[in-house]
Design a protein around this ligand. Structure first.
Ligand SMILES: C[S@@+](CC[C@H](N)C(=O)[O-])C[C@H]1O[C@@H](n2cnc3c(N)ncnc32)[C@H](O)[C@@H]1O
Length: 228
């Protein structure tokens, strides 16, 4: 059913062409790693993975390099990834196959839809939002995914003691993230001792793009908040 109350999306779908390898990935690997969730049903990650391991969700994983890296480094964790961009999903499927990973499942959906309707309360140990589209123009700010309504959705699905970790290289967006999360005092507490940004936690791999940015002197801000 269409979502009538929410018309502004955080993405503009650029379908893009799939490479031959990505097209093969959808045909052959989607049955193994893909999750065909749709609104109207609830996806219980514990049932999906069939065990009691901690479960992490990455929102907007792009080409999935970071997600695959985290999953390879933490075999004891389970990962859900949600992304709308088809070629990015195809890229991740290939990466999961190449690395022989079994602890990742992938959804090609709008993450807001998934968080709104699709997951049981307190079903996640952590949520990652790395380098979300910054929508730098003033008239596009309304498209930024991290806003009070989104934080409410996070508060519902992250278990008490679980974490929300965001990173951005767009300083004005980092400032907005900090103030939106600070305002959600009943649900989240900043883990940074000075109540500001955090050093990059070890479980966020450094991306190629970020290494280049560092050489150019671009700041990256990490925000790590704990669910009360
Ligand atoms: C700037 S890219 C960053 C990708 C990746 N996290 C990285 O660090 O390279 C933002 C990604 O978020 C995805 N995205 C934006 N809004 C989304 C939503 N509501 N649900 C799922 N994916 C979304 C976009 O398709 C895009 O791939």
């Amino acid at each position: 059913m269409a979502d009538h109350h929410r018309t502004i999306r955080s993405f503009v779908l650029r379908e893009g062409r799939l490479t031959q390898a990505q097209a093969r990935a959808f045909a052959e690997l989607w049955p193994r790693f893909g999750v065909d969730w749709g609104p109207g049903t609830v996806l219980d990650p514990r049932v999906l993975f069939g065990d009691d391991a901690p479960i992490y969700l990455e929102i907007g994983f792009g080409n999935g390099e970071t997600l695959a890296q985290m999953a390879a480094e933490h075999a004891e964790r389970r990962y859900l990834g949600v992304e709308v961009h088809r070629p990015g999903v195809g890229h991740l499927l290939l990466e999961l196959e190449r690395r022989g990973l079994t602890n990742v499942r992938v959804l090609r959906r709008d993450a807001v839809e998934l968080l709104t309707h699709g997951l049981p309360p307190a079903s996640l140990d952590g949520v990652y939002l790395f380098f979300p589209d910054p929508w730098p123009k003033q008239r596009h700010h309304k498209r930024r995914i991290l806003k009070p309504e989104f934080v409410d959705l996070l508060a519902r699905v992250i278990r008490p003691g679980g974490t929300f970790h965001a990173a951005t290289d767009w300083t004005p967006y980092a400032e907005q993230m900090l103030s939106v999360l600070d305002a959600a005092t009943e649900a989240f507490i900043n883990t940074a001792p000075d109540g500001s940004y955090s050093p990059r936690p070890d479980d966020r791999p450094l991306t190629k793009f970020e290494r280049r940015g560092q050489r150019l002197g671009h700041a990256v801000h990490d925000l790590v908040f704990r669910r009360r």
